[in-house]
Design a protein around this ligand. Sequence first.
Ligand code: ADP
Length: 355
Amino acid sequence: GSSEIKSTSPKSQTGALPSTASHPRKVAVQKSFSLSSGAPAMRSQVNNAKTTRPVQESGGGYDSKLVEMINSVIIDHSPAVKWEDIAGLEMAKQALLEMVILPTKRRDLFTGLRKPAKGLLLFGPPGTGKTLLAKAVASESDATFFSVSASSLTSKWVGEGEKLVRTLFQVAISRQPSVIFIDEIDSIMSTRTENENEASRRLKSEFLVQFDGVASSSGDLVTVIGATNKPQELDDAVLRRLVKRIYIPLPDANARRLLLKHKLKGHAFSLPDRDLERLVAETDGYSGSDLQALCGEAAMMPIRELGSNILTVQANQVRGLKLGDFQKAMTVIRPSLKKSKWEEIEKWNREFGAS
Ligand code: ADP
């Protein structure tokens, strides 16, 4: 994750919750709230009484600067991720559909025993689509997407982390349905260590308090999605709350085929099926983002051959990609991590995973 907190809010401010899964997705990004004139300003802008309510001034109150920060810095202008942008991961998609998307569309059906879990964990090697999945879940359920990257949360908000967490949940409740995505959740919610500093201990307990708040309120549609590649380092108290744990593995041959086809869409390439199969076999151990980088590197090969002609060549005269380009690219783009490293995660999955 790169920036501190971002949110995309593809939902409409005026409409009721859509009732079918196939409604056209609204991609317009909402204007951020302005709290410069205090809470009433926010109240007046929160006009969807059914799904939003004002930020509560509870406890020591909230810091309007932080709210503003969450609403402005957090707006993510990147286009919404669509379900079909994600290659493979069918089991994870099915689980997320049942746990987050359908319950926001049919609140009436998902009550009692069917009450959805409020916390879930996506774990697996980096670059396998965890962030993509969380973003797609948010846009498919018309939810406001809060993306908190743990590393920046701890560095940029030294001393304020606890307050930020509290405000974040308040804003999330006011703009629900909401998805709070915490990347590298292990780094702020790790097992307690002896030399753990006071600030991070407080941040963690605040998170637990806030999480329990939304989890116990049946009316709030706030889902917390944590992502990690070190699930074994997560604090037990946090782990207990992320009741659904979905393993996002490195792509198998099938998923790599889908990913390669997906990444090459729109590019000229002449890869007969036989070559594609070879490529699929030779990229065992590559993650989704490794494959993305590989395709990018391969796509540069025909350009490099042009030499000084690059300035005059017609775009449609650049030759298509061949297997050789990918094989050359593979000497530069290697799988980012050793496969053996993931055996530990697989073991953890067998013990604690959901599926
Ligand atoms: P993670 O959060 O697991 O570290 P990301 O979701 O940020 O990984 O994925 C990084 C990039 O890798 C994405 O932007 C995308 O280009 C590519 N990628 C990874 N997995 C997939 C997938 N299943 N389908 C499509 N693209 C993927």
